[in-house]
Design a binder for this molecule. Structure first.
Ligand code: GRF
Length: 203
C-alpha cells in the first residue's frame, strides 16, 4: 500500500509513520511527503529517509482552489491508497477533499467535537478541563468535523501549560495515527454517508 503524507512543519506524526513502516508495523510505502511550506523541517527528515518530497507553496497560487488543484495533481501522480494530513495547517476545499474522500485522514489535537480549530490545548486549560487528547478522523469539507475514528485521552494536571499538555498529547498521537492507518490499510475502516465504520460496526 502507498501512503502520501502532507505536512506544514516539524512532521513528528510523519516521523511516527516512517518509524512504524521501518518497524514493520505498517506494511506500506510512504510514496510522498508534501508540504505547503518550503521551510518545513519534516521535508529534510523525509529526504534523509529516501522519501520523495514535494513543496506546493500556497503563496504561489491566487486562491485556495488553485492551490488545491495543484496539490491534488501532485498527490495523484503518486497514486496513494491513503492520504495522511499530519500537522498540515491549510484549510482544504472540496477541490482536494472530494477526490480523496474516504481515504483522507487527519489528526486534530483535541477530543473532538470539543475545540475544533486552533490553540486547542490553551482552550482546554482555560476551560478548566480535566483531560485533553487527540482525534484521528476522516476528512470532510467541515473543518475538523469529519467522522472520528480513534481518540487518545490524557489527564490535565494542575501545573500544565499548553506546551506540557501538547507534549503529553503528541506522544499519543504518534500511537493512534499509525494504528488508524493500519486499520484502514487492512480494509477494516470505511467512511459512509452515516459515518465511520470499523469491522462493520459504526464508530
Ligand atoms: C500536532 O499537534 C497535530 O495534532 C497537529 O499539528 C501538530 C504538529 O503535528 N495536527 P506534527 O508534529 O507536525 O506532526
Amino acid at each position: 500500500s502507498r501512503i502520501a503524507i502532507l505536512i506544514s512543519g516539524r512532521g513528528s506524526n510523519m516521523q511516527a509513520f516512517i518509524a512504524a513502516c521501518q518497524r514493520g508495523e505498517l506494511d506500506a510505502d510512504i510514496c510522498l511527503v508534501a508540504s505547503n511550506r518550503a521551510d518545513a523541517s519534516g521535508l529534510d527528515i523525509a529526504r534523509a529517509a529516501g522519501i520523495d518530497t514535494a513543496c506546493i507553496e500556497h503563496g504561489d497560487y491566487s486562491d485556495r482552489e488553485a492551490f488545491d488543484t495543484a496539490l491534488v495533481a501532485c498527490v495523484q501522480r503518486y497514486a496513494p491508497d491513503l492520504v495522511i494530513l499530519a500537522g498540515f495547517m491549510r484549510i482544504l476545499t472540496p477541490v482536494f477533499i472530494t477526490p480523496f474522500t474516504g481515504r483522507l485522514l487527519n489528526i486534530h489535537p483535541s477530543l473532538l467535537p470539543k475545540y475544533p480549530g486552533l490553540h486547542t490545548h490553551k482552550r482546554a486549560l482555560e476551560a478548566g478541563d480535566r483531560e485533553a487528547g487527540a482525534t484521528v478522523h476522516f476528512v470532510t469539507p467541515a473543518l475538523d468535523g469529519g467522522p472520528p475514528i480513534l481518540q487518545a485521552r490524557v489527564p490535565i494536571v494542575p501545573r500544565d501549560t499548553a506546551e506540557t499538555l501538547a507534549t503529553r498529547v503528541v506522544a499519543l498521537e504518534h500511537v493512534i495515527y499509525p494504528l488508524a492507518a493500519l486499520w484502514f490499510l487492512q480494509g477494516r475502516l470505511s467512511l459512509t454517508e452515516q459515518g465511520a465504520y470499523l469491522d462493520g460496526q459504526k464508530i
